[in-house]
Each structure stands twice: as structure tokens, then as C-alpha cells.
Design a protein around this ligand. Structure first.
Ligand SMILES: CC(C)(COP(=O)(O)OP(=O)(O)OC[C@H]1O[C@@H](n2cnc3c(N)ncnc32)[C@H](O)[C@@H]1OP(=O)(O)O)[C@@H](O)C(=O)NCCC(=O)NCCS
Length: 180
């Protein structure tokens, strides 16, 4: 399995810290992705993503500190319906988050950079990410990493939660793009 050490390129004391690493998630990590219950509703979504990962259609990255998962970013090796100009070799980043007490240390940025590296190694030329219109902090982070807004999307989707209930989500979103 691949791992990506040195998650913070901007904080000297964390560089080469063996406690910090970014790696691909496995089946065993599924419970930890629920963050002790906060994200149990995504249990089936994550199981399905893992199944897709086994088929090579996705890669699920996690950031670990001292063997505890503190962040995640999933890579889809295909584009999404919200893409206004679908072209081959476009990837999509989603399910991005870092535990609150570990934010602002460069972990999110390192997850993005690791995901881009994986896409580039596979000759992908373009990557998209969706960001809620109200999430200015995340948008700023993506802009700093070279992403720009190319479309808007109503952000309507639904999923089946861990109690087998349909959950509907409406989150107006910007679609952001980066060309390698
Ligand atoms: C968005 C999110 C994943 C970013 O994760 P993160 O680990 O905090 O990201 P980074 O640390 O790389 O960058 C965030 C900020 O820290 C700053 N930063 C980066 N490296 C840093 C370092 N070594 N030391 C101090 N600050 C640093 C960045 O400049 C950035 O500042 P900003 O507030 O001006 O944007 C995280 O905030 C999160 O989980 N949010 C809730 C879920 C969410 O919104 N997900 C995105 C959905 S689209």
C-alpha cells in the first residue's frame, strides 16, 4: 500500500515526523471514518466507495496522526454529472474533511496534493471539486491550490443512511476545476 509521509510542507517540525502520514484506506478503516458516530449516516456511502476502490474506480485517502485517522479525501477516477465540459481523464475529489483539532496545520492541503499526484501518475489532466457556496474557507483553500470556479450546481443528492432511511441533501455548490 502507498503511503505519503510529510503531510505538512509548511511546518518544519512535522516534516519527516513518522507519526504523520497520508495513505490509502482499507476495509479496516471503515469504522474510523464514522468519527465515533458523527458520520455514521454515511456508513453505506463509505462502504460503496470502498467497493469502488477495490475495483480501481476510486482511491480513498486518509491522513493519520499517531495511527489515528484525522482526515480524509476521496478520489473518483471519473467525472460527475455536474461537470459542464466532461472530457476523458477528469477526476473528482470529494468527502474531504479534517478533524477540527487538527485543522490549519496543512493536512488538508497535503491531502489535496497527494490526490493530485495520484491523478497525474495516471495521466489525468483535469480535476474537479465541489464546494458548498457558503463554505468560503474551503473555497479559499482550493483557490490557493490552483482551482477556479467553472460552474454552479444545485447540489441536490440523496443517500441511504445507517438506519436505512433516505436522506436528502440540498447544498448549492460551486464546481471548481484545476488543469494539470
Ligand atoms: C476544509 C478542510 C478539510 C481543510 O483542512 P485543513 O487541514 O485545515 O487545511 P490546511 O491546514 O491545509 O489549510 C487550511 C488553512 O490553514 C492554513 N495553513 C496551511 N498550512 C499551515 C501550517 N503549516 N500552519 C498553519 N496554518 C496553515 C492555510 O493557509 C489555510 O488558511 P485559510 O484559513 O486562509 O484558508 C477542513 O477545514 C475541514 O474539514 N472543514 C470541514 C469540512 C469541509 O468543509 N470540507 C470541505 C468540503 S468541500
Amino acid at each position: 500500500m502507498r503511503s505519503y509521509p510529510n503531510w505538512s510542507k509548511r511546518q518544519e517540525d512535522k516534516v519527516d515526523d513518522p507519526k504523520c502520514r497520508i495513505r490509502e484506506a482499507t476495509d479496516k478503516d471503515l469504522p474510523a471514518l464514522e468519527w465515533g458516530g458523527e458520520f455514521s449516516r454515511f456508513r453505506l456511502v463509505y462502504r460503496r466507495a470502498m467497493k469502488e476502490a477495490r475495483k480501481g474506480r476510486q482511491t480513498l485517502l486518509v491522513a493519520e496522526y499517531n495511527k489515528t485517522i484525522v482526515g480524509q479525501l476521496f478520489i473518483l477516477f471519473s467525472t460527475v454529472h455536474a461537470d459542464p465540459h466532461p472530457i476523458p481523464y477528469t477526476g473528482y475529489l470529494y468527502s474531504f474533511r479534517v478533524k477540527p483539532e487538527y485543522r490549519n496545520q496543512g493536512i488538508g492541503g497535503s491531502l489535496i496534493e497527494s490526490a493530485e499526484e495520484i491523478l497525474q501518475e495516471r495521466a489525468f489532466r483535469r480535476v474537479l471539486i465541489g464546494v458548498a457556496k457558503i463554505n468560503e474557507g474551503a473555497r479559499r483553500l482550493y483557490e490557493r491550490h490552483g482551482y477556479s470556479i467553472i460552474a454552479e450546481d444545485p447540489g441536490e443528492w440523496s443517500f441511504i443512511d445507517h438506519e436505512n432511511q433516505i436522506q436528502k441533501v440540498v447544498e448549492p455548490t460551486y464546481i471548481m476545476e484545476k488543469i494539470f
